[in-house]
Design a binder for this molecule. Sequence first.
Ligand SMILES: [Zn+2]
Length: 116
Amino acid sequence: MKKQTKDFKEWCIKNNIETDLNITYLTKIKYGGRDRLRELVRIRDKHTCTKCKIKWVEGDRRFDVHQKIKTKDCLTLNDTDDMFTICHFCNFNLKENLDAMKNAIRKDKKVKNLST
Ligand SMILES: [Zn+2]
């Protein structure tokens, strides 16, 4: 068994996900990387916001996945422990995002001032 397959099987067991599908079929994302891990987190959390518990409706824009630790560039299955599904509303209201937005607005103002 390939290492990735083995890791994924172990991940499924750890997260109580019953599937015979491989990682590609389960997530419907062919190539590895951040997006696929994010989709796995959504599947693990049953497409439910971990804050307000509303459930994602198929066809709607996918819920966000929040990552507690953002320093890493290369994520692995182990990093999903620090990731959780969050709806757009709750994500918008996360303190750190509000702060980031304030900073972005400030920067934006600065740029505008320079150009006038
Ligand atoms: Zn929510």
